[in-house]
Design a binder for this molecule. Structure first.
Ligand code: SF4
Length: 225
């Protein structure tokens, strides 16, 4: 993918500013170690980190590692996830995931993209979250709803689908920055540049953002018919 030096410089300036604004940007899913982050990320599909953080302390207290979760029946796990949507499916998925880890990886989370996406319920996004946060080696940039919206508003991409946006962001940032790119965008999206009410007047990257003052309809998810 060809990217002009001018564009690279513009993106780098906005990223540097966001890093200054959010020096504490990090993954907000509560976890201790790769196994718990993997499970928390699988649980975060179709819900918020805040909701997941409400259920995982009790879940990880009872099932702190792959071995203990692998021995559980999904029905034992369901009540602990009952506040989440699709909790029965999610309970089944994380038990299957733990069993695979025990069976094929000695109960450890592999630091390998291909091995991760081969696990049940683990897609590119989840694999990159775990590789980035726990091992510092993401294959690509994690594109969630905030990263999708913000990268469009900031003019970092004109693409509109997560896969294509991931490809573009991955070409824009070296491997050692990819993890932080998603965290600063997610922090900014949650605090300032929300989907419905971006607060451009108080935004620290306003001077570097082509959507300033007219962002409401940029990067929003289309409503389902
Ligand atoms: S200027 Fe507005 S649209 Fe641009 S990043 Fe800031 S809040 Fe978002």
């Amino acid at each position: 993918m060809k990217i002009s030096p001018r564009r690279r410089a513009r993106v780098a300036a906005a990223f540097a500013r966001l890093r200054q604004l959010y020096p504490d940007a990090r993954c907000e899913l509560l976890h201790e170690g790769p196994f718990q982050l993997l499970v928390a990320t699988v649980l975060s599909a179709q819900t918020t980190d805040r909701m997941v953080n409400q259920v995982t302390p009790a879940l990880f207290h009872r099932f702190p590692d792959a071995e203990s979760l692998a021995r559980a029946a999904p029905e034992e796990v369901e009540p602990l996830l009952a506040r989440l949507g699709f909790f029965r499916v999610k309970a089944k998925n994380i038990v299957a995931l733990a069993r695979q880890l025990v069976e094929h990886h000695q109960g450890k989370v592999p630091a390998d993209f291909k091995a991760l996406v081969a696990l049940p319920g683990v897609g590119r996004k989840t694999a990159n979250v775990v590789l980035g946060v726990c091992f510092g080696v993401p294959e690509g940039v994690v594109v969630d709803t905030h990263v999708q919206r913000l990268s469009q508003r900031l003019g970092w991409t004109r693409e509109t689908t997560p896969d294509k946006i991931e490809r573009e962001l991955t070409a824009l940032f070296p491997p050692e920055e990819r993890d932080l790119v998603s965290h600063v965008l997610i922090f900014h999206g949650r605090r300032v540049c929300s989907a419905q009410r971006p607060v451009c007047d108080r935004c620290g990257v306003r001077d570097l953002c082509p959507s300033a003052g007219r962002a409401e309809h940029i990067g929003r998810k289309k409503k389902r018919a």
